[in-house]
Design a protein around this ligand. Structure first.
Ligand SMILES: [Ca+2]
Ligand SMILES: [Ca+2]
Ligand SMILES: [Ca+2]
Ligand SMILES: [Ca+2]
Length: 301
C-alpha cells in the first residue's frame, strides 16, 4: 500500500502473477475510501535485461530520490537486481526503469523487496529476498551508506536464512509490529505436509511469522533478530490453506490502524483488519479485498 499518485490517499499496488513480469496492477483509492477498478501498468527495463515472460513482478513504492514524489522500485522473480523509475509517463506508456547495482555477486530474487531504514540512521536501506546457491528465500539487509536522494549500498547481511527444502519463505514486509520503535520483519512461509487425502498428496499451508528486531546498543544489534513468533488471528496462529504470499500493511478501512493484506495463489487478497489499541496490532478474521473493491482479482495467467 502506498500513496501512488501523491493525492494523500493510500492506494494499492500489486505485482503480477505468471506470466506478466513487467506488468503491475494499480487500485487507486477514491475519496470515499473505496478503490477504483484495477488498472494494468507496465514498466520498461533496459532491453539487455529483458527475460522471457515466465515469471512475476514485485513492486515497492517509495520516494527514492527524496524529491517528495513517490517513485517505483521494481524487480521480478528472475532478475538479479532491483530497478527504479522516478517519472511516471502521463499517458499509458510503460515507465522507464534503470538498474540499481548492488555490491557482491549477482543473486536471483526469490521473493520481494522492501525499502526501510532498518538501522534507524536516517537513510532508507534495501531489504531483498534472494537465492543463495541452493538456498531460497534468504532475506538480507543492504545498508544505505550514501546520501539522501543518492543511495549507496553495502553488501547484504543476512537477517533470515533461506531454505534448501520446504518450508520456504514466500514473502516479507517491514513494520514496527510491537510498537517499540524498532522495525520488525513479517515473513510468510509455505509449509508442505504429506497428506494422502489431498489430490496432490500434499497439504500446503501458509503461515506468518514475526521476527522482532533485536534490542540493544551494540553495532551488531542493528541486524540481530529476536526469537520468531507466530502471528495470530483472534488468538490462534494465522494459517491459510495453500499459499501465503507477500504480506503487506496499510490502513484499508480508514480507522488509522494498519491492517494486514495477504495474497493467495488464485489472485485474491485477504484483508485482516487491525482491531488492536494504539501501537498494538490485533487481527480480526479476514475479509476479501472485494469488500473494498469491485474488481479485486489479480489475473493468474
Ligand atoms: Ca521521488
Ligand atoms: Ca539506514
Ligand atoms: Ca518493533
Ligand atoms: Ca485500519
Amino acid at each position: 500500500m502506498a500513496d501512488f499518485d501523491g493525492d494523500g490517499r493510500l492506494d494499492l499496488l500489486s505485482g503480477s502473477n505468471c506470466c506478466d513480469p513487467y506488468g503491475l496492477h494499480l487500485f487507486r483509492r477514491r475519496t470515499d475510501g473505496s478503490f477504483e477498478p484495477r488498472r494494468h501498468l507496465e514498466v520498461d527495463v533496459p532491453s539487455g535485461d529483458r527475460e522471457s515472460p515466465t515469471h512475476q513482478s514485485r513492486p515497492f513504492v517509495t520516494d527514492w530520490d527524496s524529491d517528495g514524489r513517490p517513485d517505483l522500485l521494481f524487480t521480478t522473480t528472475k532478475a538479479t537486481c532491483p530497478y527504479v523509475g522516478t517519472l511516471w509517463p502521463d499517458d499509458d506508456e510503460p515507465m522507464p526503469m534503470r538498474r540499481i547495482d548492488l555490491p557482491g555477486p549477482p543473486r536471483q530474487m526469490s521473493g520481494n523487496l522492501a525499502v526501510a531504514d532498518w538501522d534507524g540512521d536516517g537513510l532508507a536501506d534495501l531489504l531483498l529476498s534472494q537465492w543463495h546457491e541452493r538456498e531460497a528465500g534468504r532475506i538480507s539487509w543492504f545498508r544505505n551508506v550514501g546520501r539522501p536522494g543518492q543511495p549507496l549500498y553495502e553488501e547484504g547481511r543476512t537477517l533470515v536464512s533461506g531454505t534448501e527444502r520446504p518450508p520456504y519463505n514466500s514473502g516479507f514486509c517491514v513494520i514496527d509490529w510491537d510498537g517499540d520503535r524498532q522495525l520488525d520483519l513479517l515473513v510468510a512461509r509455505v509449509e508442505y505436509h504429506q497428506d494422502p487425502s489431498k489430490p496432490t498428496g500434499w497439504d500446503v499451508r501458509g503461515r506468518l511469522w514475526l521476527y522482532p528486531h533485536g534490542v540493544g546498543d551494540r553495532p551488531d544489534d542493528a541486524y540481530s533478530l529476536g526469537e520468531r513468533r507466530a502471528v495470530e488471528v483472534e488468538g490462534k496462529p494465522l494459517i491459510v490453506d495453500d499459499y501465503a504470499a507477500f504480506p503487506a500493511l496499510g490502513d484499508l478501512d480508514g480507522d488509522g490502524r494498519p491492517d494486514l493484506l495477504l495474497g493467495d495463489a488464485r489472485g485474491f487478497l485477504k484483508v485482516y483488519r487491525n482491531v488492536g489499541g494504539a501501537g498494538r496490532l490485533r487481527l480480526a478474521a479476514p475479509v476479501r479485498f472485494g469488500e473494498f473493491c469491485n474488481d479485486e482479482r489479480i489475473p493468474t495467467g
